[in-house]
Design a binder for this molecule. Structure first.
Ligand code: PFF
Length: 442
């Protein structure tokens, strides 16, 4: 029988959507963005956006998935009877396709580091962790293309196996472990000499550091970490049973994401200052700073190796959701063609990921509106396609969907939160997103 994939339990749904949300966004992208756009001021804006904009939007996406119960290039038509609105689903599909293209570059870096550290552990190469040269890695075309190829391959194999057999079970162990590791790194980082100024940098909002650009990127960061506007979360909610509780699921994902982002900031910035790096160092920040921290620990190489495996796992549970969205749309949720579609989509992603990788090396001079290919892909997704997708969904939910049906999807409402949420989504959030677009143009 042709059958749509379904989670066996609501825990499966929460683990998978938390897995999609928590990944490179919180651990790699948040610190590097905060380092460029004002530290504590960026953190403050990120927190405000995540709570006021991100949380209601996540609840919205879950509600739409739960109501529609189908793939996202069909769900808008199913809910509104207007076929052209499926364009919101296609926008999301395009967004995750490009996103996977540049996400895999960083996934590839993690894999290369894993191999390098393993080489040191088994004695194939000498030196400590800090001797692994970041610049030499990211400018090496064959090495980085191999790394991202492995990352895409791993994602593909897991997706081919189907959601039921996915990684949810493993994430029950891996995610708490990653969390413990992060805390250990924070403790070590904070106890370094000179750590205080880094701590102040990330925790103390200095209003003068707040720029319009930083504010826009903080909103983009909220969208990115919560996987919003790509309809990825709608897809996962459409696999879930009607009984799942969308508010608590969304709230727990938002809280976990904030905690991991803040921990990543606390792990990176004290050490950044202590070792004399620049906070605004860009995408390589985490990769340059963490080896230094682990070098200060007993059995640091072994712990760094384990940390990288956990980090890779977190990245994979996100990349799986990126590929899963394509597979779900192009197979129309018919599991029969799963493997073939996953293969074709992965090959195409690999092709577009190559220029993104090379933009750290031989293609570094190529600029699109002043941005490298990698940064331009990220900007297009995080600051344009994701907000656009979320805007489209707020308009559908606020203007076209039946309020009573939405209320039912919202679930039991002990604290009378439905109305404030509904009017926020209907009236306020579309305006916020439009305003942000106008500011971006200016
Ligand atoms: N939220 C993921 C992260 O922070 O790493 C990235 C992501 C995954 C974005 C899935 C969008 C998506 F559909």
């Amino acid at each position: 029988m042709k059958k749509q994939s379904q989670w066996k339990s609501s825990t499966g749904f929460i683990l998978a959507s938390a897995g999609s949300a928590i990944g490179l966004g919180a651990m790699w992208k948040f610190p590097y963005m905060a380092g460029i756009y004002g530290g504590g001021a960026f953190l403050l804006m990120f927190l405000l956006f995540t709570i006021i904009v991100g949380l209601p939007l996540l609840i919205m996406e879950f509600a739409v998935g739960k109501m529609g119960q189908t793939y996202t290039t069909k769900i808008y038509e199913k809910l509104t009877q207007k076929k052209w609105l499926n364009i919101i689903g296609w926008n999301g599909n395009l967004a995750v396709f490009i996103l996977f293209g540049f996400y895999s570059v960083i996934g590839g870096w993690i894999i290369i580091y894993i191999l390098k550290v393993l080489g040191q552990l088994i004695g194939l190469s000498s030196g400590n962790l800090s001797s692994i040269e970041f610049e030499a890695i990211i400018t090496n075309p064959w090495l980085t293309i191999m790394g991202q190829g492995i990352f895409i391959l791993l994602t593909m194999v897991i997706v081919m196996m189907g959601v039921e057999k996915g990684l949810e079970k493993a994430s029950k162990i891996m995610m708490p472990l990653l969390f413990i590791f992060l805390i250990v790194i924070v403790v070590r980082s904070l106890s370094l000499e000179g750590a205080q100024s880094g701590l102040r940098y990330i925790l103390q909002p200095r209003i003068e550091d707040l720029s319009v650009k930083g504010t826009l990127f903080a909103l983009g960061q909220s969208f990115f970490t919560l996987s919003l506007g790509t309809t990825g979360m709608i897809t996962y909610a459409s696999y879930a049973s009607k009984e799942m509780t969308i508010k608590t699921s969304a709230l727990s994902i938002v809280i976990m994401n904030i905690v991991v982002s803040v921990l990543a900031g606390l792990a990176i910035f004290p050490a950044t200052e202590a070792f004399g790096f620049k906070p605004a160092d860009g995408p390589g920040l985490l990769f340059k700073v963490l080896p230094q921290v682990f070098d200060q620990m007993a059995a640091g190489s072994l712990f760094y190796f384990i940390f990288l495996i956990l980090f890779l796992f977190a990245a994979l549970t996100s990349s799986i959701s990126l590929l899963e969205l394509n597979v779900s749309n192009f197979t129309k949720n018919n599991n029969e063609h799963r493997a073939r579609v996953a293969l074709i989509a992965s090959v195409l992603v690999f092709i577009i990921s190559v220029p993104a990788t090379l933009s750290f090396g031989s293609l570094n001079d190529v600029r699109i509106f002043g941005l490298t290919i990698f940064d331009a892909m990220d900007f297009l997704v995080s600051n344009i396609l994701m907000p656009l997708g979320a805007l489209g969904t707020t308009l559908v939910v606020g203007q076209l969907l039946d309020k009573d049906a939405l209320k039912e999807s919202f679930g039991r409402d002990r604290f009378k939160l439905f109305s404030p949420w509904y009017y926020l989504v209907k009236l306020v959030l579309p305006l916020v997103i439009i305003l942000v677009f106008i500011m971006q143009l200016i």
